[in-house]
Design a protein around this ligand. Structure first.
Ligand SMILES: [Zn+2]
Length: 261
């Protein structure tokens, strides 16, 4: 690992924030089928185009104090939060992997997961427009990641897509209704492409655990007793996959050691 360079770190943080700004555009426009390139960013209320100097990630929001300069409508805190989250992951990945193809690969992967998570949270859908190209793009894992092979990549896709498909099928046969979206299946196939079979197993296990905790928290906070409250699974699978990148091997070793004792 090369040494940490503060100037590079600052650049990476800012570049990460800019990517986060683009993810915001994707999160809001892809489900509405609006081009992510064409119309400039504008205030959702008064439609005034946002001048480039106020479109600077995080800082623009701070300068505007969270309000549109033209109509004073408050701007969702989610915009700077997504920018900050993306920038933070860029920085953490830089510290972990330094500026390498491995770092760029994981940054692209995490950025995709952030986009999918927010869209799933808002709309309860995971667009094929993201997950299907994602399966293809992140199949490059065997070319970039040192511990991946072409067999691992292929098996990861099959394990990801196949295992959730089986769960969905069994649920359907028992309850005669769909419990899990096809979007989750394609998302897990994408996660499998990047992390292999081990990553898929870890992601399902951790994602289900987090999803159960998150689901209970959501039901309690919304005072809902309705068991059919639809909880998006995408954000929890994404969290599981991200945990795998940073702690997967250590957590698996720890878990196996507790089984032996
Ligand atoms: Zn406005």
């Amino acid at each position: 690992m090369t040494e940490f360079n503060l100037i590079v770190a600052v650049y990476i943080f800012f570049a990460g924030a800019c990517v986060g700004s683009f993810l915001n555009v994707c999160i809001y426009r892809i489900p509405e089928n609006i081009s992510v390139v064409k119309p400039r960013s504008s205030c959702p209320k008064c439609n005034t185009a946002i001048p480039f100097y106020l479109n600077i990630p995080i800082f623009g929001y701070l300068v505007l104090k969270g309000r549109c300069r033209f109509c004073n409508t408050s701007i969702s805190f989610r915009y700077p939060a997504v920018e900050l989250l993306t920038a933070a992951f860029a920085l953490i990945l830089y510290v972990q992997f330094s500026f390498t193809p491995v770092m760029v690969f994981w940054f692209a992967f995490i950025s995709t997961l952030i986009t999918i998570s927010f869209i799933d949270f808002d709309h309860r859908i995971i667009p094929d427009l993201i997950s299907l190209p994602g399966i293809v793009i992140f199949s490059s894992s065997f070319l970039i990641l040192p511990d991946m092979t072409i067999q691992q990549t292929g098996l990861g896709i099959l394990a990801g897509g196949g295992s959730l498909y089986m769960v969905a099928l069994i649920y359907y046969l028992i309850k005669k209704e769909e419990g899990m979206g096809g979007g989750d299946i394609k998302l897990l196939a994408m996660i499998g492409a990047a992390t292999g079979v081990k990553g898929v197993i870890f992601t399902i296990f951790t994602g289900s655990l987090l999803g159960t905790i998150g689901g209970i928290a959501m039901m309690v906070s919304q005072k809902m007793v309705n068991s059919k409250l639809k909880i998006p699974f995408g954000p929890f699978l994404s969290m599981g996959a991200i945990l795998y990148i940073f702690f997967g091997d250590r957590l698996i070793t720890w878990y196996l050691s507790t089984l032996i004792h």
